[in-house]
Write a protein that binds this ligand. Structure first.
Ligand SMILES: Cc1ncc(COP(=O)(O)O)c(C=O)c1O
Length: 411
């Protein structure tokens, strides 16, 4: 990389050369301010992401990041406070009702791990309901933190069985905490929160839901579902960019373990105490990501809130599944369990099908799909979330039809 001394910037010919590399000096010294050198990435020029996130965002969300914010400045803190309040509102709760929203630097997994690190008492035991890779990741987190746990595993194309959960809780009174994924993005299955919550709450255990890919598109009312802890992240259905996760927590359940955190950085109570004290993150916040998120929340509201967003995603999913079936592709999940977030498809049996080639050809046509993640079997996945509309799904189907023809894949 070029190292640039300030004096170099005053040499016009050098500046022209630097500009051709995309370098823009922070302070413009010449009298004619240059036009922006790099085109602002727009929805039109980027490849469309048919993924579960990070996902395609609006131009305005990207543009919101073209500003620098003072991380401890009162104007920025006011934005952080408003974001926390709005997220509680989207979860159907409020501080007055006894809930807190904690923003945490890092991706969604950091948020999930922070709940285990903070909210499970020192001798506590967790029951994890697993029917995919993100449930398995929870188990790994508990192993790393040396937290006592047991696991109920279900096939990846089946929902966790509430009767089996009830039995496990009745047989082991030492389990104080039940963790489950809402939309298991591994396959796209939507796990039945209501049924599961009922057995957990009847037995007075804490209920922890990873709603990473569903929150913002599927209504989740924490109070009526008896959810004590819920995690999602900035770059999912709210349509922000990566940088932080957020945790909605019942205050009493969270504070019950103050001082017991197993991690310094993932201590949610310490993070909350900082927000309470001065409105600030404990350590450097992802400022640009938060500015983008503020805009993403505005866009969610303009669209008509969670229901309207869910409606758009459902239309995206319907367009996708209809088109794929017409082409001859087979989806993996039974329809009753399939979310509108992401859909898994079986590889075609045609010997001409090679996922890497298929993926590359679609990328050449401006469409990014997602590989499979199940433990057994060959699948690929297509997401319906992000700044995508039914017309984008139709364009994807058209591209898939062309690629299958080009590669002579029989369906
Ligand atoms: C349900 C679920 N949990 C956890 C994660 C992990 O999130 P991240 O990749 O942001 O750490 C994901 C990611 O897609 C997810 O879908």
């Amino acid at each position: 990389m070029d190292t640039i001394r300030p004096s170099v910037l005053f040499q016009p010919e050098r500046l022209v050369a630097l500009r051709s590399t995309g370098y823009v000096p922070l302070t413009q010294h010449d009298s004619h301010p240059p036009k922006p050198l790099m085109p602002i990435p727009s929805r039109a020029s980027d490849k469309a992401l048919f993924t579960p996130g990070p996902l395609t965002t609006s131009l305005a969300v990207k543009q919101a990041m073209l500003h620098d914010a003072g991380s401890w400045h009162f104007e920025f803190n006011a934005k952080v406070a408003a974001i926390r309040k709005t997220l509680l509102h989207l979860g159907g709760v409020s501080q007055a009702a006894g809930y807190e929203c904690i923003l945490l630097q890092g991706s969604g997994s950091f948020g999930v791990e922070s709940v285990f690190a903070t909210a499970v008492p020192p001798n506590g035991k967790v029951l994890v309901l697993v029917n995919g890779a993100y449930g398995e990741r929870m188990v790994q987190m508990l192993q790393h933190a040396k937290i006592n746990h047991s696991v109920l595993r279900f096939p990846e194309n089946e929902a966790p069985d509430a009767t089996a959960v009830a039995k496990a809780l009745d047989e082991d009174p030492s389990i104080g905490f039940v963790a489950v994924i809402h939309c298991e993005t591994t396959t796209g299955i939507l796990n039945p929160l209501e049924e599961l919550s009922k057995v957990v709450k009847q037995r007075e255990r804490a209920f922890f839901v990873d709603a990473m890919s569903s929150f913002g598109a599927v209504p989740i009312d924490l109070e009526s579902l008896g959810i004590d802890f819920m995690v999602s992240s900035a770059n999912k259905a709210i349509e922000g960019v990566p940088g932080f996760s957020y945790i909605l927590a019942r205050r009493e359940a969270l504070l019950a373990n103050e001082g017991h955190a197993r991690s310094l950085c993932l201590d949610l109570v310490a993070q909350l105490r900082c927000f309470e004290k001065n409105g600030q993150f404990r350590y450097s916040p992802p400022t640009h990501s938060l500015l983008a998120f503020e805009q993403a929340l505005k866009e969610l509201e303009e669209e008509g809130g969670i229901e309207a967003r869910g409606q758009r995603y459902a239309e995206n999913h319907q367009t996708l599944i209809t088109g794929m079936r017409e082409l001859g592709f087979k989806s993996y999940l039974p329809e009753a369990l399939q979310s509108f977030i992401i859909t898994s498809f079986h590889y075609p049996t045609s010997p001409a099908f090679d996922f890497q080639t298929f993926y590359r050809r679609l990328s050449d046509k401006g469409k990014i799909i997602y590989p499979g993640k199940i433990s057994q079997g060959d699948l690929f996945r297509i997401g319906s979330i992000g700044r995508l509309f039914p017309a984008d799904m139709e364009a994807l189907i058209d591209a898939i039809a062309r690629v299958t023809q080009e590669l002579k894949i029989t369906l």
